[in-house]
Design a protein around this ligand. Structure first.
Ligand SMILES: [Zn+2]
Ligand SMILES: [Zn+2]
Length: 254
């Protein structure tokens, strides 16, 4: 499978990146590529058009309903509902309960009704499900709203994605022996960080070590508040494998 980083900025769009959105592609049963989008943060619809056709998304998984992870799902309504050759068929969206109402409210205050013509919402629950060619396992992680970390398996390879989380056991389980661990590192080590919200670079490195992952990619780094270099150094001080900082436009074959 192939991961494309559409956006990796932490908490709000950064100077060089949209907010969280990751495109995961693999061959589907029909021999056609299947495109799964993990999160759809502010600004990421722009980047999507550089790496895939606008209407090629087959399914969307939203880890939680914070705006930096979902807002372009509102903009994408216009793409599918009002396309000159549309409307396009509705898409499955796997998300925490209430996503449909939240996105409809953000779209137009709910005045035009639901978004059910565009999206078919499925409430996430801890456990595994099949999305196209991917076996996807989700579990609740440690963030102030209902949030799911994600493990995506295909062809014997594993991509794990932390979503937003503070340290927790579920994160280690989801990332166990992953080929690639895409892990947030929002906070700077050594600062007085609030509990139960986010990870530091060191936390991400420790989780990578405990989970025995092959490769760690730090994401959701908040450039305006911290330093990607510090996040890298903190993580690399406690994880012996390869560490890198996610950048918008990175394409990684797993
Ligand atoms: Zn976030
Ligand atoms: Zn969040």
């Amino acid at each position: 499978m192939r991961l494309t980083v559409l956006g990796c900025a932490g908490s709000f769009p950064g100077p060089d990146s949209a907010c969280s959105a990751y495109l995961v592609e693999a061959d589907g049963s029909s021999g056609q590529k299947f495109h799964l989008l993990l999160d759809f943060g502010a600004g990421s619809l722009s980047a999507l058009q550089r790496y895939a056709s606008l209407t090629s998304i087959d399914a969307i998984l939203l880890t939680h309903l914070h705006p930096d992870h979902v807002l372009d799902a509102c903009n994408y309504v216009v793409v599918r509902r009002y396309a000159p050759d549309g409307p396009y068929p509705s898409l499955p969206v796997y998300a925490p309960a209430g996503a449909g109402q939240r996105l409809a409210a953000a779209y137009d205050g709910g005045s035009e009704g639901t978004l059910d013509d565009v999206y078919r919402f499925h409430d996430l629950q801890p456990g595994s499900l099949q999305i196209g060619p991917f076996t996807v396992t989700v579990d609740r992680v440690n963030h102030p709203v209902e949030t799911y970390g994600v493990r995506v398996e295909h062809g014997g390879k594993v991509l794990a994605y932390s979503a937003d989380t503070a340290p927790c056991d579920a994160l280690i389980r989801l990332a166990q022996d992953a080929d690639l661990f895409l892990c947030e590192a929002s906070y700077v080590d050594g600062e007085d960080n609030p509990p139960d919200l986010h990870l530091t670079g060191r936390d991400a490195g420790e989780a990578a070590t405990k989970a025995n992952v092959s490769r760690l990619v730090l994401t959701h780094v908040v450039e305006a508040w911290g330093s990607p270099r510090k996040a890298y150094e903190s993580a690399a001080s406690v994880f012996g494998g390869p560490v890198e900082i996610a950048r918008a436009g990175a394409r990684i074959d797993i």
